[in-house]
Design a protein around this ligand. Structure first.
Ligand code: UDP
Ligand code: MG
Length: 218
């Protein structure tokens, strides 16, 4: 057996291997109330840190436009500001994650209730590295939603109030759950987008350092 002085330690980059499931991509959940800036900040994270952005709201909107029976059901639930059943959302999410081909995934607007979280843990089973919580006052979120003019059926004052209620009653407990596991990074999201991103950058810079494996050759 070689002595300590014969041991060569090589620093090698950890390369992803195998299939999606074995690869275990880095997953970051992005949560916050409607209008807290999830989509805006995710686009900046994609640009600066090379993550793929998967928005469950966008996946559901795409499906609702397909005109299928499920699509019609999704549209009427979204118009009401309610939650689409987890079995529908989880299937769309799983497909999008597999097809992304990226090993760093930002999952925007999910899991927003306990049912979603349980479905994710049962089906996808990849523990999030972090949960980014964009914390913003209701007055500011309301102002942004009324100004964004994206033609969304749920950006009207009546549906918005229901969405705020769902956020407080169903999503905050999920954030609390991840907080108890030390995963939540809470950001003041009431500031202008560029300033919010400065805070987010600090967090992502620390998780995006190139990881190295130490290979010990005896
Ligand atoms: N939605 C859902 N499950 C999800 C994500 C979205 O049921 O995992 C539905 C829900 O009706 C929600 C709507 O889609 O109110 C819009 O979600 P999105 O994330 O696009 O809204 P945002 O919070 O970004 O304004
Ligand atoms: Mg959004």
């Amino acid at each position: 057996m070689g002595s300590v002085t014969d041991v060569a330690v090589k620093k090698l980059p950890c390369l992803p291997e195998g299939t999606f499931a074995q690869k275990k991509p880095t997953v970051v959940f992005v949560l916050g109330g409607p209008g807290s800036g999830k989509g805006t900040q995710c686009a900046k994270i994609v640009q600066h840190f090379g993550f793929a952005h998967i928005s469950t709201g966008d996946l559901l909107r795409d499906e609702s436009r397909s005109g299928s029976e499920t699509g019609n059901m999704i549209e009427s639930i979204m118009k009401e500001g309610k939650m689409v059943p987890a079995e529908v959302t989880i299937k769309l999410l799983q497909k999008a994650m597999q097809e992304s081909g990226n090993d760093k995934l930002l999952i925007d607007g999910f899991p927003r209730n306990e049912e979603n979280r349980a479905a994710y843990e049962a089906v996808i089973k990849i523990e999030p590295k972090l949960v980014l919580f964009l914390d913003c006052s209701e007055e500011e979120m309301e102002r942004r939603l009324l100004n964004r003019n994206q033609g969304r059926l749920d950006d009207n004052i009546e549906t918005m109030r229901k969405r705020f209620k769902v956020f407080k009653e169903s999503t905050l407990p999920v954030i609390e759950y991840y907080n108890s596991k030390g995963k939540v990074r809470k950001i003041d999201a009431g500031k202008p987008a560029e300033e919010v991103f400065e805070d987010i950058k600090t967090i992502f810079t620390s998780i995006s350092q190139v990881k190295h494996c130490f290979c010990v050759i005896l």
